[in-house]
Each structure stands twice: as structure tokens, then as C-alpha cells.
Design a protein around this ligand. Sequence first.
Ligand code: C5P
Length: 223
Amino acid sequence: MDEKVIITIDGPAASGKGSLSKVLAQDLNLYYLETGIFYRIFAKEMLGQDHNVKQLSQVISKLKKEKIDKKLRNIENFYTNEISELASNLAKKAIVRKFVAKIQKQYLKTFPSQYRGVILEGRDCGTVIAPNADIKIFLTADLYVRAKRRFEQLNKKSKKISLESVMNDLSIRDSRDTERKLSPLKKAEDAFLLDNTEYSFLETINIVKNIIFSKIPTLKINI
Ligand code: C5P
């Protein structure tokens, strides 16, 4: 197979797109590109600062790809509530989206050649970052089910947080992501819609693999 494959998985927070993409990347030898992390990195740089154009431009001018490469090696600390909240707020701003999209496209173009392609996940991968992707999936689930999954994840890490508050946070982020003017979260016209409310993680993986293999049978062959 000469051509590199591009697969996008978009969907709301806690729909399982990150975990799904990691498994697919591993099993199909694809480069995994988590697009939300770039908004998180940006948000961490902005913590405690005003969000006016001057401050935003200053952070943009300092955040070169080499610096981002370094931060990507240790991403543990980018998943706090504070950063999630700030990232989704900053993601509404044109100046931030323009900068982050440019970086994401750079990673999309320059992933290591040993991979058979790239799988990218986020909110606007199929609509804006890789509109020509070979396969697009829009993964979603009921708010309650997503909140429960996230709640269980957080509890494993012994974070003291109630199910109600997780649900509330997700609901606010959902509205912000779908209602913003720029690159809102939405299903690309040519994306497969998969609502996994009733499916286990394993079932979701199998459904998506079947979609992928029906379109690109060569990906079935291990290399
Ligand atoms: O996916 P994750 O929850 O890490 O993304 C953090 C925030 O970044 C999201 O709430 C969303 O507002 C923003 N984001 C985006 N476009 C993407 C990925 C993430 O606007 N492609």
C-alpha cells in the first residue's frame, strides 16, 4: 500500500474517541494525532493571564513547534478541569483556532513514515483539519452515559468529584463546542455516525474496524 491513509474521529467530550483512536492506531499501525491536546497546551500557557489579543499573540509567538514537541512528551498534567474549561473557552477564538489548526496540519503532514497513515481525533478533524480524509467517523453517546464513563475513569484515579458535576461540566463543554461560530463540533456530511450509548468499548472498536476494512481492505493485512 503506497498511499497513506487518513482517518478522522470526531465527537463530543467523553464519547470514547481518544481510547478508540489509540487502539486503532496500535492495531493498524497508524500515527495517533490527538488534536485537543494542542488547545490544552495553549490553555496551560494562558493560565492566569488576560485573554486579550495582545496576550494571546504573545503566547502564539513563543509557542514554536519544537516547544510543543517537548510538551507532547509529557502530557499527564494537561487534563485538569481547569485546563479543560479554559481550552474549550479559548477554542472559540479565531486567533487561537488559526494558530492551532496550522500546527495540527503540520503534524498531519510530517508524521513518521513508518506508519501506514494517521488517525486524528477531535471536534473539527473531518470538517476542517482533514476534510479529504479517507474515512470519517462521528462518535457520540448520550450525555448521561458519557458522564458515567468519565466519572468512573476519574474515580479510578481517586478524584473526588460527583457524577452530577461531571455531567454538568460535559454539558457546558458540549454547548460551547457545538454552538461556537468557528469550526463547531458537527458531523461532516460524509462521516459515519456511530452512537455508542448501547455498545461496549469492544463492540465500538469492532464496528469501526468493520467500517474501515470495508473501505480499505488492505489495512486488514498486518505489516
Ligand atoms: O478533546 P479534548 O477534550 O482534549 O479537547 C479540549 C477542548 O479543545 C475541547 O473542549 C474543544 O473545545 C477544543 N477542541 C476543538 N477542536 C478540536 C479538538 C479540541 O475545538 N479538534
